[in-house]
Design a protein around this ligand. Structure first.
Ligand SMILES: C[S@@+](CC[C@H](N)C(=O)[O-])C[C@H]1O[C@@H](n2cnc3c(N)ncnc32)[C@H](O)[C@@H]1O
Length: 259
């Protein structure tokens, strides 16, 4: 399940939700004009555009063909080169990047050690790697209902964000330490807002690539209605205000690796 086509359905609403974290990530990278910045799993280009606007030369790495087209379109005249690739397969030379950034993307890599080795290969001697990763908490309570239902059916041990606990400080130190990096991290949060629980379900789950990929299987197994009802219930009970608006807090880790 971790291998989904992120070009399916519409990722755009979630991309907008993640923009505040992209800003934090780019701020933490302290990008200097002229630096080569590589955005791994660029999605709709949140990080790539922010970095380019600071004067960086940006390479956006994205495996979903539709999203590569979206980035090309939104980049306009900015210095953004869009390429096909993943965290474990980056079409760039050794040591060619000053900064590698990944906003909630490398966390989906099926082989985290291979992904980190590849990002370390592309980072120059003074190169830095920064990434964000969800922390267990409120958002997991919501998306976990879908993820667990799918796991019941497929037996897939994967989670909504890959197979290792990316948020654990030891995990990142282990993965990057062997490539000469030291990791520090902060805990941040953002708030996902929709006009109603139903809008959350439709735009953040049903239309999301994860929903588009998994709904046929759930429907066939007769589980989709139950997952939908439980998701809307938990959103209503926990995060819906008197106006009907959903405000779902989402905690995440921002990790900075330098050598
Ligand atoms: C939650 S989206 C984040 C997109 C973007 N970084 C943003 O800020 O909106 C997840 C992204 O991870 C990408 N992705 C999935 N598997 C990946 C992998 N193995 N390596 C790098 N990126 C991956 C997807 O193509 C998708 O663009």
């Amino acid at each position: 399940m971790s291998q989904i086509d992120w070009g399916l359905g519409s990722y755009e609403a979630t991309g907008a939700d993640l923009l505040p974290a992209a800003r934090e990530l780019v701020d933490a990278a302290a990008i200097r004009p002229g630096e080569h910045v590589v955005d791994i799993g660029a999605g709709t280009g949140n990080v790539a555009l922010l970095a380019a606007d600071l004067g960086a030369r940006v390479t956006a790495v994205e495996s979903a063909a539709r999203l590569r087209e979206v980035i090309r379109e939104v980049s306009g005249e900015r210095d953004v080169t869009v390429v096909d690739g993943t965290a474990a397969s980056i079409p760039l030379a050794d040591g060619s990047a000053d900064v590698l950034l990944s906003n909630f993307a490398v966390i989906f890599a099926p082989d985290p050690a291979a992904a980190m080795a590849e990002m370390a290969r592309v980072a120059g001697p003074q190169g830095r790697i920064l990434l964000t990763s969800w922390l267990p908490g409120d958002i997991e309570e919501v998306i976990g209902l879908l993820v667990r239902a799918v796991r019941d059916l497929t037996g897939d041990g994967g989670s909504a964000q890959g197979r290792v606990g990316w948020h654990g400080p030891d995990v990142l130190n282990d993965l990057l330490g062997e490539h000469g990096f030291e990791v520090s991290a902060t805990t941040n949060d953002l708030i996902i807002t929709t006009s109603s629980p139903q809008e959350y379900w439709q735009t953040r789950i049903a239309d999301h690539p994860l929903g588009v990929t998994t709904f046929p299987m759930l429907e066939q197994a007769g589980r989709l209605d139950e997952v939908r009802a439980r998701t809307i219930d938990v959103l209503t009970e926990r995060w819906t205000g008197t106006s009907g608006e959903v405000r779902l807090p989402a905690q995440y880790l921002l990790a900075v690796a330098t050598r």
